[in-house]
Design a protein around this ligand. Structure first.
Ligand SMILES: *Cc1c(COP(=O)(O)O)cnc(C)c1O
Length: 511
């Protein structure tokens, strides 16, 4: 199976090569030329007591840490990366999904009155980015060995807050790599910023930029697209890659948790075999929901995909009209990891829905880069019918967060609350009773100030005091990775202009 560029201007490459490169040379994104079919037996069933049942059905049997999740991840990664041997995949999966996670289930599925929440934030940095970024370093290292890569890989990462820390944690002190993270100086939560600037590691570089996430992402993409700079780096034994979801090595591991969640509903007796479910995803760069689409395409019975946005609702409007228009005010919200107007991974969906029409994709993306908008053809529009867009403003998200906590004693974060609000709206509007999995993307403690405000807790001086307040109010444990952050020294204090990403990288690599 080969990976090709959405814009048609680069040669097909293996999965390993696509992971090393990150972005194709024609500025397109790598997509699987054809999607695999999942062997449902291997993915949902099998392996001692059901691969899907992370916790063995028999409660007296102690679960092997991560057993169920790892089996599913192996099946999914094997299907998408046939150039990796079974043994290579096993080593990657075992290295990633271990005691760095705070529960043997890795991704627990929690049942509430109206929906199931798939908690993807039990990894070291307390957001769903850990699901992919704890395995990406293993996939990349393996890829470098397989491809005989002799250069040092320099990973550039733009972050809306959560990718940065997860990438830093994954790549810190990984031999043969340097990791750079750029975050919007005023666009992340205090906890997110603390997590990043306190990161240790000899190969770690973190900068705030004066600009928003789109500026950071664009700046990083521009560095990739500068062929002259790339050649100069090659001469110095360096090669650029990406830890953003533009890297296919981020998306493939994310498919696994949708397969896992479906299998878990089955083994828990919540659904019949083959019964379709809906998936609701709080969305920013469109990576997480694209992984759900891939899960559907490879055989998981999924009916509708609900794409939830905050006030930056460019995707809601797009799914309604087929017109993508980023020419609007960028709004800072209490779900900062979704404050995005250029959703990179949408390009991949458009490619799939157009039947691989790379000319059309190149044309649309040129329009977006030049004019800030485009309108898709009829073929793509028809393909969008599996998706339903919706948005929730801060007031609405905070209300549904508070109600869920008050009435059902279940605490979610502000991003997940956007997803939950959109789901409730859709339920009221359509009456669609299909069982729905809402993706829970972050620990509520990462956004302690906004969560506390939603709950009506009294004001505090800083985010860390809010954490304590929430803990006292709800009894929910504070994730280990977030404890004591306020006492760690800030190691990275650089703030740069949004146009200075390339020169900053160049300079830092000369040290
Ligand atoms: C990254 C992130 C999102 C958005 O995910 P995408 O894959 O970019 O759509 C939503 N919520 C949280 C907490 C995140 O960190």
């Amino acid at each position: 199976m080969k990976y090709i560029s959405t814009r048609g201007g680069d040669i097909p490459v293996s999965g390993a090569a696509a992971i090393i490169r990150g972005l194709a040379s024609d500025r397109g994104l790598y997509v699987p030329a054809e999607l695999p079919r999942l062997d449902a037996g291997a993915a949902f069933g099998a392996e001692s007591g059901g691969a899907a049942g992370g916790i063995a059905a028999d409660a007296t049997e102690r679960p092997v840490f991560g057993a169920g999740y790892r089996a599913v991840a192996r099946a999914v990664l094997g299907a998408f990366l046939p150039d990796y041997s079974e043994e290579e995949i096993r080593v990657c999966v075992d290295g990633a999904y271990d005691e760095k996670f705070d529960t043997p289930e890795i991704a627990p599925l929690v049942k509430t009155d109206k929906a199931y929440f798939l908690e993807l934030w039990h990894g070291g940095t307390a957001a769903f980015k850990d699901m992919a970024l704890s395995i990406l370093p293993y996939l990349l290292k393996t890829a470098m060995r397989k491809e005989g890569e002799d250069k040092k890989v320099v990973i550039l990462t733009a972050t809306s807050g959560d990718t940065g820390k997860a990438a830093l944690a994954g790549f810190a002190d990984v031999p043969g790599t340097e990791i750079f993270v750029f975050y919007p100086k005023d666009g992340v939560s205090a906890v997110q910023e603390r997590q990043m600037v306190t990161q240790t590691g000899a190969n770690v570089h973190v900068y705030g930029i004066r600009g928003n996430f789109d500026d950071a992402q664009k700046g990083v993409k521009n560095v990739f697209n500068d062929a002259v700079f790339g050649e100069a780096l090659a001469g110095r034994g360096l090669r650029l890659s990406s830890a953003n979801s533009i890297n296919i090595g981020r998306l493939v591991p994310q498919v696994a948790y949708y397969v896992y969640a479906y299998g878990k509903l089955l083994s828990d007796g919540e659904i019949q075999n083959g019964e379709a479910v809906n998936i609701c995803v709080p969305t920013g760069n469109f990576g997480n929901i694209l992984a759900a689409y891939y899960a559907k395409q490879i055989g998981v019975p999924i009916a509708r995909l609900l794409c939830a946005s905050n006030e930056n609702k460019v995707l809601t409007d797009f799914l309604d009209t087929g017109v993508y228009d980023a020419r609007r005010e960028f709004i800072l919200t209490s779900s900062p990891s979704m404050d995005i107007l250029i959703s990179s991974n949408l390009e991949r969906l458009l490619w799939h829905l157009s039947g691989g029409d790379s000319e059309q994709i190149a044309y649309l993306m040129a329009g977006l880069e030049r004019d800030g908008h485009y309108e898709t053809g009829a073929g793509i529009k028809a393909g969008l019918r599996d998706f339903q867009g919706g948005f929730a403003d801060m007031k609405k998200a905070h209300q549904s967060l508070a109600r869920l906590c008050r009435e059902e004693h279940y605490l979610i974060d502000t991003h997940t609350a956007v997803g939950y609000s959109v789901y409730l709206d859709d339920l009221a509007k359509t009456g669609d009773r299909t069982k729905t999995i809402i993706v829970s993307t972050a620990s509520p403690y990462k956004f302690a100030g906004s969560v506390a405000a939603s709950l009506g807790l009294p004001g505090e001086a800083d985010e860390f005091a809010y954490m304590e307040r929430i803990r006292a109010y709800t009894g929910a444990p504070i994730p280990a990775g977030l404890r004591g952050l306020e006492k760690k020294p800030a190691l990275h204090t650089g703030v740069i202009d949004k146009d200075a990403i390339q020169s900053t990288v160049d300079f830092a690599l000369r040290d």
